[in-house]
Design a protein around this ligand. Structure first.
Ligand SMILES: Nc1ncnc2c1ncn2[C@@H]1O[C@H](COP(=O)(O)OP(=O)(O)OP(=O)(O)O)[C@@H](O)[C@H]1O
Ligand SMILES: [Mg+2]
Length: 346
């Protein structure tokens, strides 16, 4: 098992990096940082401009002083799907080896063009008495994954693995101290992508990737108030979801409600699935979670407790110049990168 690992989260808006180390009292975050990407280098989580991403990444690596070139990369966009699949039980090694021959009917991507991965959710006996297993099957378009690998390689890194962002969010944020029964919902609200993952005691049971995020609200504000992007971004951070006394408030409320509707229908879909359990609470991460009033609106609609999560509550930051307030501010946007790095320690 490696004693340290680096996660690189190439998002729609920002690249975030985190380095973690196993220490006696648990894992610690030894390094982290972020850099903003130029417009349209990444859209809805897909890299469009590899050179632009790799040069931003180079800049970030030198400023964040990351010690290792061996990195884990994350993906989440429309070119990767996650499906719940029930298959006859096999040893995990055999299952992985035979996956490509068993799953074509469940995924919309030809298996020869796909990178496959699998998470075991549960084991059960079918009505016919056969031993079965319930899986979360991940299938990603190989060329989409290659663009991520290429961007990292051109920045001088050696990618050693790729994982799906919602699984990283689960590693960084999944918490069962706060609930005994039912499942917890983790939602990472990014600029162009929102990742939803439902889990109980760290075992995922549902994943949904929505190509929606904070930048949709910025665009709506820009259009509604005739503001250029930077001013629309500033206006968004001042606006409050649920406040209808000003135009900006009305626009963000309308946008937030459309967003919450999508989240709600994903969770309704989960709850209609076999094997689903009651939901007990929601933790939000990602930069978009900071939108003032979003947590309350979501809590009212879903009728669940909703809070903003900070990975630094569990994984301490070492040797940092940041105080607790700064860590609480940047922590939610680092959940994916920290979780990716934690995966590298496993
Ligand atoms: N204080 C704030 N109030 C409202 N929104 C904010 C605030 N801070 C950041 N955001 C929004 O968070 C979003 C960026 O979040 P994040 O850095 O998690 O995205 P990303 O990882 O680059 O993209 P993605 O995960 O969608 O691919 C932007 O839409 C930004 O406007
Ligand atoms: Mg992100």
């Amino acid at each position: 098992m490696p004693s340290n690992a680096v996660g690189v989260d190439i998002g729609t808006r920002t690249i975030a990096v985190a380095e973690v180390k196993s220490a006696r009292g648990g894992e610690v975050v030894t390094n982290f940082g972020g850099v903003e990407l130029p417009q349209d280098a990444v859209r809805e989580g897909e890299i469009l401009d590899v050179p632009a991403v790799s040069s931003a990444l180079r800049e970030l690596l030198s400023s964040a002083k990351v010690g290792s070139k061996r990195v884990w990369l994350g993906v989440a966009n429309q070119r990767v799907v996650v499906r719940q699949v029930d298959l006859p039980w096999l040893e995990e090694k055999e299952l992985r080896q035979s996956l490509q021959y068993q799953v074509q009917e469940y995924i919309p991507i030809p298996v020869e063009d796909a990178e496959l991965d699998v998470h075991i959710v549960d084991e059960f006996t079918s009505d016919e008495g056969e031993r079965m297993q319930r899986l979360l099957l991940v299938a990603a378009h190989r060329d989409m994954v290659s663009a991520h690998v290429e961007a990292a390689t051109q920045a001088g890194l050696k990618p050693i693995g790729v994982d799906l962002n919602p699984f990283s969010v689960l590693r960084a944020m999944g918490d069962d101290r706060q609930f005994d029964q039912g499942s917890q919902v983790l939602i990472d609200v990014g600029a162009g992508v929102t990742n939803i993952i439902v889990h109980a005691h760290g075992v995922p049971s549902f994943v949904r990737i929505l190509v929606l995020g904070g930048d949709d609200m910025t665009r709506a504000l820009g259009a509604g108030l005739s503001l250029p992007p930077e001013e629309a971004e500033a206006a968004k951070r001042q606006a409050v979801v649920g406040a209808d006394s000003d135009t900006a408030g009305r626009i963000v409320t309308e946008q937030a409600d459309a967003f919450i509707d999508e989240v709600r229908s994903s969770l309704d879909y989960y709850q209609a699935q076999t094997g689903s359990t009651q939901l007990s609470g929601v933790v939000l991460t990602g930069g978009g979670a900071a939108l003032p009033g979003l947590t309350d609106r979501l809590a009212d609609t879903l009728r669940l407790p909703v809070e903003i999560g900070n990975p630094f509550d569990r994984y301490k930051a070492k040797n940092t110049v940041y105080g607790d307030d700064d860590l609480a501010r940047v922590g939610p946007s680092l959940a994916t990168a920290i979780g990716l790095a934690l995966g590298g320690l496993e």
